[in-house]
Design a protein around this ligand. Structure first.
Ligand code: NAP
Length: 265
C-alpha cells in the first residue's frame, strides 16, 4: 500500500491535465490517466515512469460515451488506492449559441458538466467513508463572466455548474474530511483554443500551462476552496463571496419584496 494516494486525472493526454500528471508524478503519486488518445497517454506515461518511477495506468475513455464513463466510475468506486480525482477534461464549441448545433452543445454539457458530476458522485461515498480524499474540479473564470469570450453561454454555463457543484460539495463533504477545490483558470496556452475554433494569438493575455498548474497546486496545498491563479488581488474574490453570502439570510421571507407589490392599474 503506497503512502501517497493515486491520482486519477481526466483529460490527461495534453494541456492542463498532462501537466497535473507530470506534477503529481514528481510528488511521488501513482497515476491513472484518462482521455481518448491512448498513444499520447502511453507516451506521457512512459516518460513519467522513466523519470519518476511511479506507476502510471492508462484508461482510454470517451467521457461523453455512457459505457466509457461507467468504466471510469467503476475504477473510482473500486480502486481504493485512488485518493485524488482531478476532473479536468473539457471542451469548448466553435461559434456562438446560434451557430452551435444541438449535438455540439450536448457534447459540451456531457463532457464539462455531466462527466465531472458522475465521477465525483462515484468516488465521494468512498472518500466520505474513509474520511479523506480530494477532488479537484477545473472550472474557468468564464463561470463568473458571461461577457468574456463572446459565444460562451454553454461553455460558461458548464463551468458555472462545476464551480457551484464544487461549493455545494464543500458544504456536504468537508465535514466528512473530503477536500474539494475549484480551480478557475483564465486563458491558458493549450490546444483547447484551436480545438474550439478560436485563435489564441488574438487574446490579450495568455498564461503558460506549466505556470497555471503550478499556481493551482499552491492553492491545493493551502487547501483553498476556490483558486483563481491569474487574479492579482485575492480580496476581490473574498468581497464577491461576502456580497453573495450576505444575501442568503434575506431570501427567507413570507412576502415578495416591496418593489414587486403593487396594485395593478
Ligand atoms: P486541451 O489542451 O484541449 O485538453 C483537453 C483534454 O481533455 C485532452 O486531454 C483531451 O484528450 C481531453 N478530452 C477531450 N474530449 C474528451 C472526451 N470526450 N473524453 C475524454 N477526454 C476528453 O484543454 P485544456 O486547456 O488543457 O483544458 C483542460 C480544462 O481546463 C478544461 O476543462 C477547460 O475547460 C479548462 N480551462 C481551460 C482554459 C484554457 O484557456 N486552456 C481556461 C479555463 C479553463 P483526448 O483528445 O485525448 O480525449
Amino acid at each position: 500500500m503506497p503512502l501517497k494516494p493515486s491520482v486519477l486525472i481526466t483529460g490527461a493526454s495534453t494541456g492542463i491535465g498532462a501537466v497535473y500528471a507530470d506534477r503529481f508524478a514528481r510528488r511521488g503519486h501513482n497515476l491513472v490517466l484518462v482521455a481518448r488518445d491512448r498513444a499520447r497517454m502511453e507516451k506521457l506515461a512512459e516518460r513519467l515512469r522513466r523519470e519518476t518511477r511511479v506507476t502510471v495506468d492508462v484508461l482510454q475513455a470517451d467521457l461523453t460515451d455512457a459505457r466509457d464513463l461507467a468504466m471510469v466510475e467503476a475504477r473510482l468506486r473500486d480502486d481504493e488506492r485512488i485518493g485524488i480525482l482531478v476532473n479536468n477534461a473539457g471542451i469548448g464549441a466553435a461559434g456562438g449559441f446560434l451557430d452551435q448545433s444541438a449535438d455540439d452543445v450536448t457534447r459540451v454539457v456531457n463532457l464539462n458538466a455531466m462527466a465531472p458530476l458522475r465521477l465525483a458522485h462515484a468516488v465521494a461515498p468512498r472518500f466520505a467513508k474513509a474520511g479523506g480524499g480530494s477532488i479537484i474540479n477545473i472550472s474557468s473564470v468564464v463561470a463568473l463572466a458571461p461577457e468574456l469570450l463572446g459565444g460562451s453561454a454553454v461553455y460558461g454555463g458548464t463551468k458555472a455548474f462545476v464551480l457551484f457543484l464544487s461549493q455545494g460539495l464543500q458544504v456536504e463533504l468537508e465535514p466528512k474530511g473530503v477536500y474539494v477545490q475549484a480551480v478557475l483558470p483564465a486563458a491558458t496556452r493549450t490546444e483547447i483554443w484551436e480545438r474550439s475554433g478560436r485563435d489564441v494569438t488574438r487574446l490579450p493575455a495568455v498564461i503558460e500551462v506549466d505556470e497555471l498548474v503550478d499556481a493551482a497546486l499552491v492553492g491545493f496545498d493551502r487547501r483553498e476552496k476556490v483558486t483563481i491563479p491569474p487574479l492579482p488581488d485575492a480580496d476581490q474574490w473574498t468581497v464577491f463571496e461576502a456580497a453573495r453570502t450576505a444575501m442568503i439570510p434575506n431570501f427567507n421571507q413570507v412576502h415578495a419584496a416591496a418593489r414587486y407589490r403593487h396594485v395593478a392599474a
